[in-house]
Design a binder for this molecule. Structure first.
Ligand code: ADP
Ligand code: MG
Length: 289
């Protein structure tokens, strides 16, 4: 009966675009204690928009956007795409572009060094942010991602970006709780922004300011507490965490690397399919005993 139950479970999953890659994925999925969701592109749509620009003294909004876009023209990051969409065509791309993994980017525009990214990057570069910090903190409290822009290591302003929450994210978390599964959110984004999004969604464990290389370590920490961990992600930087987790779920619209590292692929890119996968897996396991 075991192979038969697995076959039925696999078939039921496939009808919802839930691809269990191997029989063990179903068994592990039934036993998960906690599921960690990546924030950007998983719980959110991952197509963020610029919603506000706050220039520092001596700067105007248009010039601030222009220099930020000159640097972001080199980047594939969703936040870069938001700034580029807002800026329109870039005439003057930055030279000497460098991506600063999980923190931002830098480059030279009109002979001046431009750094842009999160506050940790500003601290690392010795950029004073006091002038706008109260405004920046209130934007973060509203769930916005705030990008700081510095020119020759002096603050030129901040750009606030919003990423819509997927319509099924809230119900996903509620239903996981009903099934006695705890829910965590993991993100490279800052804590105040992450806390606000998590509160809106009813998520209890918030892992914020996590560098791309540290996501797998966060999975290990939960496993060290004796928990069976599921991890849901879409990005290249999620791949090691997907592998480390008992069950890695890849969002189908995500990167090939994430899909290759996962045990289960959610073809419809709908976080609610994690609930369906667990329901199917538990049903399948009951038939095995
Ligand atoms: P996530 O976990 O949300 O995918 P990342 O690890 O890619 O986040 O990035 C973490 C943070 O670093 C972002 O929230 C942002 O503040 C900053 N950052 C990274 N790349 C860029 C970029 N190209 N432009 C602006 N900010 C960036
Ligand atoms: Mg991501």
């Amino acid at each position: 009966a075991t192979p038969m139950a697995i076959m039925i479970g696999t078939g039921m999953g496939a009808r919802h675009g839930i691809l269990f890659k191997h029989a063990e994925a179903i068994e592990q999925c039934a036993r998960l204690d906690v599921v960690i969701f990546d924030k950007t592109g998983t719980l959110t749509v991952g197509q963020p928009d610029v919603v506000e620009t706050v220039p520092a003294a001596d700067w105007d909004e248009a010039r601030l956007i222009e220099i930020a876009a000159a640097v972001e023209a080199h980047s594939e990051h969703p936040l870069a795409q938001a700034i580029l969409k807002h800026a329109g065509p870039v005439t003057d791309r930055a030279s000497d572009y460098t991506n600063i993994d999980g923190q931002g980017a830098m480059g030279r525009v009109a002979g001046r060094w431009v750094h842009l990214g999160n506050r940790l990057l500003m601290t690392a570069e010795g950029v004073a942010v006091d002038e706008i910090e109260a405004r920046a903190e209130s934007l973060k409290g509203a769930g916005r991602t705030v990008i700081y822009v510095a020119v020759d290591r002096r603050l030129a302003g901040v750009i606030a970006i919003a990423d819509a929450i997927r319509p099924t994210s809230r119900a996903t978390i509620q239903e996981l709780h009903r099934r006695k599964v705890r829910v965590a959110m993991i993100t490279g984004d800052n804590r105040p922004t992450a806390e606000r999004v998590a509160a809106d969604l009813g998520i209890d464990i918030v892992l914020a300011d996590v560098l791309p290389g540290q996501k797998a370590d966060e999975v290990k920490k939960l496993q060290a507490q004796g928990l069976k961990v599921g991890m849901v992600g879409d990005g290249v930087n999620d791949a090691p965490a997907l592998t480390q987790a008992e069950v890695g779920f890849a969002i189908g619209a995500g990167t090939d690397v994430a899909i290759d590292s996962a045990d289960i692929v959610l073809m419809r890119s709908d976080p609610y399919d994690v609930v369906r996968a667990i329901t199917i897996a538990r049903g399948t396991l009951r038939k095995m005993h």
